[in-house]
Design a binder for this molecule. Structure first.
Ligand SMILES: [Zn+2]
Length: 186
């Protein structure tokens, strides 16, 4: 199962390489099957697009290009030109097809390349739009998930409260209570 903590599809996609600062980051897209699963679990496509090894390579290349652009935005560095070229090339493709079903539900179909086009287009809107100034990295430094902080007062600290927020709070609580327990001589 893939994780979708950030509330933004393209940034959850970037998060499929987890704990980026660890010596060996966790790769969640290690096979075309896992890429297929991501498309369906994300809701981008209704059916697995039967991704190939080539699609997987393109997906990882797009993901890392988006990440390097986000990182440049976070640090105020100039955007790396090669990453801009990769994202623009993918964004120029046709995105998935979306149609209204007779039952009233939106139906999404397409190939892996179309799914990637959609992710690339969304990342262009984020990085190149007003959201670019709201990009943040999760406050739990192990995590490295990026997100757009649209919260009131821009005070969102975590990629997701349910996971990182609670973990950070629990470890702060333990740290406080360890002190109390030691003082009590238990
Ligand atoms: Zn996090």
């Amino acid at each position: 199962m893939h994780a979708f903590p950030s509330g933004t599809l393209a940034l959850d996609f970037v998060g499929t390489l987890r704990v980026r600062r660890q010596p060996v980051p966790l790769e969640q897209l290690s096979s075309p099957m896992l890429l297929d699963a991501w498309f369906v679990e994300s809701g981008l496509l209704d059916e697995e697009p039967a991704s190939t090894e080539g699609d997987l390579r393109a997906a990882v290349k797009l993901r890392e290009s988006i990440y390097s652009l986000v990182k440049a935005r976070l640090t105020g560095a100039p955007l790396p030109a090669d990453a801009v070229a990769v994202v623009n090339r993918q964004a120029s493709g046709a995105p998935e097809l979306i149609q209204l079903g007779f039952g009233g539900r939106a139906l999404r179909s397409g190939s892996a390349a179309q799914g990637l086009a959609s992710i690339a287009r969304q990342s262009v809107e984020i990085i190149g739009g007003d959201d670019g100034a709201l990009l943040r990295e999760c406050g739990r430094s192990m995590c490295t998930q990026v997100y757009v902080d649209r919260s009131r007062g821009r005070r969102r600290e975590w990629c997701a409260m349910r996971t990182c927020g609670n973990r950070a709070k629990a470890s702060a609580y333990r740290a406080r209570h360890r002190g109390t327990v030691e003082k009590a001589g238990v």
